[in-house]
Ligand binder design. Structure first.
Ligand code: GLN
Length: 484
């Protein structure tokens, strides 16, 4: 059962091959067993999961069960949920219980999904390796001395280790796609505004978007269908019909125009990773797609642009954690200033503090024009580059990450090197575009990801390309030896 896809589980549950309770029990055991090795979870919600599974079994027996009834999933611990704590990987929120559910949580529950727990993540989703979590690093199931990527490293590791068939995640600068690539699974970041951000702990509000990590594009399509759509409680969610992502999966690739991002192949790409990517492109060409090189001249500016915009927004968003209304409060404050300073000083980790300081600096009087305003202008140039490219091609393809998973500890003392992991993923966030990472090979036993970026609201198209690729390849079916 643990190696079934979401599509397979939906069929198996309905055919009564197993019950939702058996399924939840089996996976909860796997999660418990893997937890000391991988640390993929922050909370394991066995009791709530078994109650939800029993309810799912009753719904299945009654014959009127919503589409995901009994399907086990996990949520990244950035999604507020009333039935578990929501820590966001931080000491600041280590004991926080949300009074309401995120829209994504509510929608997936309404669709019948059974939540087994909350997954580990970089603190406040700031990181590319899962090492900034207050709850300790997550380990990569392919090689436990290596990082799973971040910030949604727990979700990616859990899916790769067959602990859950799918998990929610968020992507501000690559946090769905980068860990999906490093763990050999499929991860989609939808168009900005496609999925409601209501109830997701805010990092950088103009970039944050929720999506899915699963093993196949088909499973991602199934789950996204239940998550996406307008939400009046998120003013940036877009009021546009949600297509049936599953219905579009089989569309032939004949005539598909693929753009190869010139800038992505220039910048420090590991030649072995590039070789996997090139053979992946052949798979698409054999199905009738055409390839041409496309240049986005401003794309190399994405990392510096992001590392002004994201910290600026985070410094504002994280001002709410003041020891008064939310989260950690220091012992015996002398006065209000002491309360603020010590509560924040004790509650936040080093990377979060670094972002808050950078963000505060670039927003301060005298520097605002030089840094923040300039970054916003460059962001617009990058978005225009993408818009121009989508006048010529249907999708853009490139690597997801420059290298395979690196060793735990290798980049923690060098923030700039760490930030460069996101060099291929950040552009889509700055431009608000949908993008998916799918497994396309291995280099010395470690997975490699291929990234497909689409035009705004072209989730259907990128899922279609990913699915057609997965029909011809079996990279996504490989499992780490210890977790088969
Ligand atoms: N790694 C990037 C960062 O540290 C992106 C994180 C994310 O997408 N949440 O900001």
């Amino acid at each position: 059962m643990h190696s079934e896809t979401v599509a397979g589980l939906i069929a198996g549950l309905r055919a009564r091959k197993y019950s939702a309770t058996e399924l939840a029990q089996g996976l909860l055991e796997r999660i418990q067993r893997a937890q000391p090795e991988l640390n993929a979870f922050i909370s394991i919600e066995a009791e709530a999961a078994l109650a939800a599974a029993a309810a799912a079994d009753r719904a299945l027996a009654s014959g009127s069960a919503p589409p995901l009834t009994g399907v086990p999933i996990a949520h990244k611990d950035i999604f507020c949920a009333t039935d578990s704590r929501t820590t966001c990987g931080s000491k600041m929120l280590a004991n926080f219980i949300s009074p309401y559910d995120a829209t994504v949580v509510a929608r997936l529950r309404a669709a019948g999904a059974v939540v087994l727990g909350k997954t580990n993540m970089d603190e406040f989703a700031m990181g590319s390796s899962n090492e900034t979590s207050y709850f300790g690093p997550v380990r990569n199931p392919w090689d436990r001395t290596r990082v799973p990527g971040g910030s949604s490293g727990g979700s990616a590791a859990a899916v790769a280790a067959r602990l859950v068939p799918a998990a929610t995640a968020t992507d501000t600068g690559g946090s769905i796609r980068q860990p999906a690539a490093l763990c050999g699974v499929t991860g989609i970041k939808p168009t900005y505004g496609r999925v409601s951000r209501y109830g997701i702990v805010a990092f950088a509000s103009s970039l944050d978007q929720a999506g899915i990590i699963a093993r196949t594009a088909e499973d991602a399509a199934i789950l996204l269908r239940s998550m996406a759509g307008f939400d009046e409680r998120d003013s940036t969610s877009v009021d546009a019909a949600v297509p049936d992502y599953v219905a579009g999966l089989e569309r032939p690739l004949n005539g598909l125009r693929i753009g190869l991002l010139k800038e992505f192949f220039d910048q420090g790409l590991d030649p072995a990773v590039e070789a996997c990517l090139r053979s992946g492109l052949e798979v698409l060409r054999n199905q009738g797609a055409t390839l041409r090189e496309v240049s986005l001249p401003n794309l190399p500016l994405s990392v510096p642009t992001y590392y002004v915009v994201a910290p600026a927004e985070c410094s504002s968003n994280l001002a709410r954690f003041d020891g008064v209304r939310f989260g950690h409060r220091c012992e015996d404050p002398r006065d209000l200033k002491d309360l603020y300073e010590r509560s924040r000083g004790e509650g936040f980790g080093a990377e979060v503090k670094r972002r808050i300081m950078t963000g505060t600096y670039v927003l301060s009087a005298g520097y605002y024009d030089a840094y923040y305003l300039k970054a916003q202008r460059v962001r617009q140039l990058i978005a225009s580059d993408f818009a121009r490219a989508f006048g010529e091609v249907d999708v853009l393809i490139g690597p997801t990450t420059p290298t395979t998973a690196f060793e735990i500890g290798a980049k923690m003392n060098d923030p700039v090197t760490m930030y460069l992991n996101d060099i291929y993923t950040i552009g889509a966030n700055l431009a608000g575009l949908p993008a998916i990472s799918i497994p396309c090979g291995f280099v010395t036993g470690l997975p490699v990801g291929l990234q497909i970026v689409g035009a705004h609201f072209a989730e259907e198209r990128i899922l279609n390309v990913a699915h057609r690729y997965q029909r011809e390849t079996d990279w996504h079916e490989r499992a780490p030896e210890a977790y088969r």
